[in-house]
Design a protein around this ligand. Structure first.
Ligand SMILES: Cc1cc2nc3c(=O)[nH]c(=O)nc-3n(C[C@H](O)[C@H](O)[C@H](O)COP(=O)(O)OP(=O)(O)OC[C@H]3O[C@@H](n4cnc5c(N)ncnc54)[C@H](O)[C@@H]3O)c2cc1C
Length: 383
């Protein structure tokens, strides 16, 4: 029976980037997904690579450095799956013009008149242009990342660990990385409270040339290599962060009955930015992205919540127990909560996580699951 160094559970942006990194480091890697490659949030993603504007803080610093890293990474790795023509950010409720101007990322203002000179299809909008932005083909990228790994179309329901190995029907693995997105985790991680945020993307054939990506509350892409454009938005949040996804969005009763309305809304919002001619919707994708309250993604070795608290119950009262004394699941790691920029952050997160595993380099505090563990353990006592 084949023994892999790593099994990655979930073939989305998070899992595929980890698989690629580990395989490049000479390890044997298998990746399993119950639905197929890029079938979750990653398949529905724009997938726009865009900067995060605003006064510098730890979060947008993280996003913008991940963007630099990922643009270079994808341009080298999958040059045929990336179109880099920049993005026009149009003011909206979250990003007013003050916020769009006040940041460390190079940009320039384009007036409505100048936009008309670029293309008469633009409506009366103006905005801020950021050169360092692109769009990817998420399916092609994920496939390319794992082309040297073994793929199993397999629903991993539980983990069986014996004599230093995780055991499955057809193979064994020394290490596991959970990259499950919004789907219910197969191990208990109550301190990672994933909130699924649902979104829709459509691929559209049009004779209109869209010179660059446009973002407002929705995103309209420039024409991709096959000349189609993508229009996407994530808006709908499940009403509780306690809700766990047990299936993909395409099968979820919460969404399936509303496709026509979702598509029409996207086209209407897109036409408020640019006139689109001879429109034919060729494909609709639905998916949910995983977000947690702090917005930062989560990577690292997985802490066993129950056992750690059993061992050190005084953590609940605020006693400082260093992370190295906590109990961790054996050879089990996680990458999740990639948020609204999963394709932007995944290459860098994969590198950071795998360097922690292989080279004992600590992951930055703001990305670690330890912070979430302590937070939950300490707040539980006062509630
Ligand atoms: C509509 C939409 C638009 C988006 N737009 C952008 C964008 O423009 N730019 C950007 O960077 N990001 C965007 N995102 C966010 C980005 O797509 C996500 O953050 C990222 O793709 C999440 O990747 P993931 O690997 O963590 O999860 P997913 O892609 O959801 O992958 C998880 C996979 O795990 C599998 N799985 C789960 N449990 C099991 C199990 N037990 N056994 C086997 N398989 C399992 C699932 O089938 C799934 O395929 C968007 C998201 C959505 C929904």
């Amino acid at each position: 029976m084949k023994i892999y160094d790593f099994l990655i559970i979930g073939a989305g942006s998070g899992g595929c980037n980890c698989a690629h990194y580990l395989q490049q480091r000479g390890l044997s890697v298998a990746i399993a997904d119950k639905e197929g490659v890029a079938s979750g949030g990653s398949g529905a993603a724009g997938a726009f690579l865009s900067p995060l504007a605003g006064v510098q803080n730890s979060y947008n610093r993280f996003i913008n450095s991940a963007l630099e890293y990922s643009l270079e990474f994808y341009e080298k790795m999958t040059p045929n799956s990336i179109v880099k023509k920049g993005v026009l950010r149009v003011e909206n409720n979250n990003f007013n013009s003050a916020k769009l101007q006040t940041n460390s990322i190079k940009n320039h203002y384009i007036s409505a008149k100048e936009l008309q000179e670029i293309s008469q299809n633009f409506t009366q909008i103006d905005g801020y242009f950021y050169e360092n932005a692109a769009i990817l083909n998420p399916h092609e990228v994920c496939q390319e990342l794992i082309k040297e790994c073994d793929f199993y179309n397999y629903n991993v329901k539980e983990l069986k660990y014996e004599d230093g190995l995780y055991i499955f029907d057809d193979f064994k693995a020394k290490n596991i990385i959970l990259a499950q997105g919004v789907i219910k985790s197969i191990v208990e991680t109550p301190y990672i409270k994933i909130a699924p945020i649902f979104g829709v993307k459509i691929d559209v054939k049009t004779t209109t040339k869209v010179p660059f990506n446009i973002h407002k509350s929705i995103s309209v892409s420039t024409n991709k290599k096959d000349s189609t454009i993508s229009i996407g938005a994530t808006k709908e949040r499940h009403d509780t962060s306690e809700m766990e996804c047990l299936t993909s969005c395409d099968k979820c009763a919460f969404y399936v009955n509303n496709e026509q309305g979702q598509v029409e809304e996207l086209l209407k919002d897109a036409r408020e930015l640019i006139k689109l001619e001879d429109v034919k919707v060729t494909k609709v994708y639905r998916g949910a992205r995983a977000t947690i309250k702090s917005y930062f993604p989560v990577i690292g070795k997985v802490i066993d919540y129950e056992q750690s608290l059993k061992k050190y119950p005084s953590i609940k009262n605020g006693t400082k127990i260093p992370p190295e004394l906590l109990t961790y699941f054996e050879n089990l790691y996680i990458i999740n909560a990639l948020g609204s920029r999963g394709f932007v952050v995944a290459p860098m997160l994969a590198k950071l996580l795998c360097e922690e595993i292989l080279d004992s380099k600590k992951v930055p505090q703001e990305l670690s699951n330890e912070k979430l563990f302590y937070k939950m353990a300490r707040t539980k006592v006062s509630t």
